[in-house]
Design a protein around this ligand. Sequence first.
Ligand code: HEM
Length: 409
Amino acid sequence: MPVRFDPVTRRLSLDPRDPAFFHDPYAAYATMLQHTSVAYWEELGCWCFFGFEDVNRLLRDRRFGREMLHVATRDELGWPAPLPHTGHFDEVDAHSMLEREPPVHTRLRALVSRAFVSRRVEALRPIIEEMANDLVDAFPREPFDLLTRYATPIPVRIIARMLGVPNDMAPRLLAWSHDMVAMYGVGRSYEVELRADRAAAEFSAYIRRLVDERRASPGDDLLSLLIAAEEQGETLSEAELVSTAILLLNAGHEATVHALGNAVHAVLRQGVQMDRIVGHDAALSQLVEEALRFVPPLHLFKRYVLADTEESGIALARGEQIALVLGATGRDPRIHDAPDVLLPDRAHPQHTSFGAGIHFCVGAPLARLELQCALRVLFTRCPDLALAGAPRPKDSWHFHGLDTLFVQV
Ligand code: HEM
């Protein structure tokens, strides 16, 4: 994997679609972090920030935002017209809290945050543990893929349950979600766009039907809570309701599946003594943070420059994008000793794996709880768990994870 970096111009050349890079991006991050925190990445066509201090600061910096059209028109920005074949996908995106800035973001986030207060999340602990135990009960004796049988079902069933989506919809949710998040990959194709649009159309139609059902007979679920907010005039439109449900269902499992797969893989590969850890809440939560630092599931998020400005000696123009390489920050040698080793008792495993600032992951408390419960049940019930062959890495950089992780109990 050739990494070409010129320290004078700070220009980086590296193909993000090269499997040698995205299967193990950490070697390239180490090379970059040795020289600099920021570089102009030719193939991405934008300035990219790698260091912990910079990424953590810029995520909170209000000169940069996730959207642009709240401060400028397409014509002013010289943007092309929206694609004719991604209307359904764009409609979902346009009302998603993740893609909005204040004041719309503030209003949507306040409504959703209510569902993720620690009391509500903590109440899910016994449910997650029971689910994890049931899945372990069904493990075969021969080698099997832990992602299919364990890491994937837990987060999708939990978030579906929170929203009040029936359990048997889990496979459909996974399929829609995979097709939609493929839009965030580097160099997406026309086929990927068509599939994402179809998934968005079907997913939205399904959520609309569910909203009608819940309006008729509300339950104790997040969808009913959002409907009640809408009906009480808290200015949540039906389009926002649909987008919020889809965002939560997608964000609620995609990253957690890979965080869990990556963590188990790292633990097994490094031979971490899990029996010392699973019996102690503090040690387990420390291990989860260290795994999120060491092998985070989401590696890249972008921001728009809202007005002409200067950053790190670089002139940035309104409307251009900068990239924040979240996946690199946990490996920053300015912050961590031995950044390329998983140390379960590392004192302060700092990372930006859940982001920072106004878009900081609203589901972080739930993700942390799921990871703790899933690791505890897995390593308590399967103390001899071992890798059965090399895992197959996922064909993607942004979503950094595994396609398969074969293990033996
Ligand atoms: C280990 C698992 C997870 C990771 C690593 C993760 C990571 C992230 C990151 C980095 C962001 C910020 C993106 C940005 O700043 O542009 C984010 C936002 C978000 N996440 Fe997560 N997430 C995880 C699990 C979850 C779960 C379980 C849920 C929901 C149940 C969730 C829901 C959301 C939502 C709704 C946002 C948008 C927040 C906003 O725009 O204010 N995430 N997540």
